[in-house]
Design a protein around this ligand. Structure first.
Ligand SMILES: *[C@@H]1O[C@H](CO)[C@@H](O)[C@H](O)[C@H]1NC(C)=O
Length: 275
């Protein structure tokens, strides 16, 4: 969703009054003209690019982003915090009532256990298109309201633990091998409906999959084989898994016609190679 323009009325609450300040305006650049070679300067032959020793300007200290109220770096509207394209290198400190966080297209490299601590109203975290190569295992686990965790286009090699409230997990376009998933990682996630792990390095379809699951995207991984019981219980005649109607296995080196009984309980066949 696109934030409405923050024109606002006269009854704005404190949170709604947060201003968006361009990060660039907070960081004065070390641009002392005396240290830069003049374009027309020819008197000394090759221009001296070194600043004069001892007299050079001291570059400003990096902004202590963690110490700034996040509403100075981001746009806060109600319970939503918009930090897209803000050159962030870490998760900013968030107002305690944050429900929706958008921090897409930044340079965040890691998610730490403390980053979201105590944010009990957080429902959606969108960290698409960052550089996240590490997430502490318990960075998200303790968030009681978290329904959507969006991590596509990062560099993860392991999936953090998920809270039971999770409905949608999107970790497309990462580098996650099957060893990066805990055993039975999704078994107890009884609300999980969308599990999107396409374009990773998975060797297996993760099992067991909760009955709530509606959409499983595993295209473009390295899945070569599967158990007949992955989707349907071969012991249970007449089983129907009506919810699971969108399975993508295309782009994997698996011949699905070798598993003729694996899909009998599904409303439709997976997308993938059957010959
Ligand atoms: C896929 O499996 C089917 C059924 O066993 C077989 O006829 C077909 O040749 C296999 N395709 C490939 C490319 O191995």
């Amino acid at each position: 969703p696109v934030p409405p323009s923050p024109e606002g009325g006269t009854n704005q609450t404190h949170t709604q009054l947060c201003l968006q300040i361009e990060v660039g305006t907070l960081a004065p650049r070390p641009k002392d003209p005396k240290t830069l070679p003049e374009l027309g300067e020819t008197t000394s032959g090759t221009p001296n690019l070194q600043p004069p020793s001892g007299a050079g300007p001291v570059p400003p200290a990096p902004i202590p982003r963690q110490g700034l109220p996040s509403c100075l770096l981001c746009l806060c509207l109600g319970s939503s915090v918009y930090c897209d394209e803000a050159e962030l290198e870490q998760i900013p400190a968030l107002p305690p009532d944050t429900a929706f966080l958008y921090a897409r297209f930044n340079r965040i490299g890691a998610v730490r256990a403390n980053d979201f601590r105590g944010l009990e109203k957080l429902k959606r975290i969108d960290l698409s298109s960052n550089s996240i190569s590490w997430a502490d295992a318990d960075a998200f686990r303790g968030l009681p309201s978290l329904q959507e965790l969006l991590l596509p286009e990062n560099r993860l090699t392991a999936l953090p633990e998920l809270p039971r409230s999770i409905v949608r997990l999107d970790a497309r376009l990462n580098r996650i091998p099957s060893a990066g998933l805990r055993p039975e990682a999704f078994r107890d996630l009884k609300q999980l409906q969308f599990l999107h792990l396409s374009d990773n390095q998975l060797d297996f379809i993760p099992v067991p999959l909760p009955e709530s699951l509606r959409s499983l995207h595993l295209q473009n991984n390295n899945i070569q084989t599967m158990h007949e019981d992955t989707f349907c219980d071969s012991q249970e005649q007449g089983q129907i898994r009506r919810a699971l109607e969108d399975i993508r296995l295309d782009g994997n080196p698996i011949n699905l016609s070798l598993f003729p009984n694996a899909f009998s309980c599904l409303p439709r066949l997976p997308t993938g190679r059957f010959s």
